[in-house]
Design a protein around this ligand. Structure first.
Ligand code: GDP
Ligand code: MN
Length: 381
């Protein structure tokens, strides 16, 4: 679950990480009330889950009520990279001496947490990684050891924080690690972390992704729900209990097993196409699951062809075939299906499909994964 900036800051505050006082607002009047409460000057910040809001005009300083009205009026309803702003966050403006970057994520290949620090804050870390990779300090943290004060201090010094920022930055690093670890985040990022002229160090932005698998032990996450921006397709899939991730290509993918689903994305890529999603219908998927999967894929208007890749183990070919026949009677599929059906009862499945009298324009069967990928990609193009 991705949080909005202001929710991320609320989460940070639970772990005692300093943030500016402020309030969320859905209307211009609410923005004025939030500004009055925070104290002028204020910053009016668009709440959308996409970076580079500043450059897009979604972050404005306001010295008085008239300016808050003007900026909140402009920002509410603004489209930032395809995200419409429904809410702003109004906080007390900060004076900035320096901007830094800090984050914690999981490095799966190293099986450790990864801490990243950079003296170049305020710019996207991907840009720094490209243009000035030496400016990034990376440090793995063993989950059993955690992050000690000494290690955090050393990292701040290595990242060339000035002397007067070291204590404050160290303190925030240790707290941010606690937030990330105990708070079950997949990502906790502050960009920029700022040094104020007064010497205080402070989180000016917040990017937090919560680990959905840990939801059972965080009743306090309830308040973040409903407001988060979920991909509509993912929401529909979640309601059907399907393992679905939306992507931006044009070939819809249905496979059984996460490994096969990922290989399917790779093969589609390899033959020059791009997948519109990842969808694993799991082992032993029956007709109903298949029909539900096709409904989710069909909901996505960017899908131009559907590649069903089944290697039956527990999943049985005739169930898959029945699901497709059932789905075709339930939904009016916009895109043609290409199926590669192999494994348990594949022949029976293929016979069911052949006997169903589905026109070739709607369903084609291919003998191998590669053939099927080629056909699906050519149909999508
Ligand atoms: P992002 O561009 O979407 O990541 O939004 P940020 O919250 O990181 O803000 C972008 C930039 O706006 C920051 O790097 C700052 O330079 C500037 N900014 C944001 N808040 C303030 C503030 O309170 N005071 C000042 N002077 N600048 C701010
Ligand atoms: Mn930022």
């Amino acid at each position: 679950m991705d949080l909005f900036e202001y929710q991320g800051k609320q989460y940070f505050a639970r772990y005692d990480i300093p943030v500016s006082p402020g309030g969320p607002a859905d209307t211009v009047d609410e923005a004025v009330a939030a500004a009055d409460a925070a104290g002028y000057p204020v910053v009016v910040k668009a709440q959308v889950q996409v970076g580079g809001r500043g450059k897009a005009g979604g972050i404005k300083l306001a010295d008085n009520e008239a300016e808050v009205r003007e900026h909140a009026g402009n920002i509410l309803g603004m489209d930032i990279k395809g995200h419409v702003v429904r809410r702003v966050w109004v906080e007390a403006a900060s004076d900035i001496d320096e901007e830094y970057y800090v984050s914690f994520t999981l490095d799966r290949s190293a099986k450790q947490h990864l801490m990243m620090l950079s003296a170049e804050g305020g710019v996207e870390i991907e840009t720094v990684a490209e243009e000035n990779p030496d400016a990034i300090v990376r440090l793995h943290i063993d989950p059993l050891d955690g992050l000690t004060d000494d290690v955090a201090r050393r990292a701040c010094i290595d990242a060339e924080r000035p002397e007067r920022a070291i204590d404050g930055a160290t303190d925030i690093l240790v707290k941010l690690y606690r937030c990330y670890d105990e708070g079950d985040c997949d990502l906790a990022e502050i960009n920029p972390l700022i040094l104020k002229p007064t010497g205080e160090v402070h989180a000016l932005d917040a990017k937090v992704t919560l680990d959905g698998s840990a939801e059972f032990r965080h009743p306090e996450w309830e308040e973040f729900k409903g407001l988060t921006e979920m991909d509509e397709r993912e929401q529909m899939a979640a309601e059907k209990d399907l393992q679905y991730i939306g992507l931006d290509g044009s070939v819809g993918i249905i496979a059984n097993g996460a490994g096969l689903a990922m290989s399917t994305l790779d093969v589609v890529n390899q033959v020059g196409g791009a997948a519109s999603n990842f969808l694993d219908i799991g082992g032993g998927a029956d007709a109903d699951v298949m029909a539900g999967a096709l409904e989710v894929i069909n909901f996505d208007e960017t899908v131009k062809s559907i590649f069903i890749n089944i290697f039956g183990g527990i999943t049985r070919g005739e169930e898959v075939a029945n699901g497709i026949v059932e789905a075709l009677s339930r939904v009016d599929l916009r895109a043609p299906i290409v199926i590669r059906l192999d494994g348990t009862n594949a022949e029976e499945g293929r016979r069911i499909l052949a006997d169903a009298g589905i026109p070739e324009s709607q369903l084609r069967s291919e003998p191998t994964m590669l053939d099927a990928a080629r056909t699906a990609v050519s149909l999508a193009n």
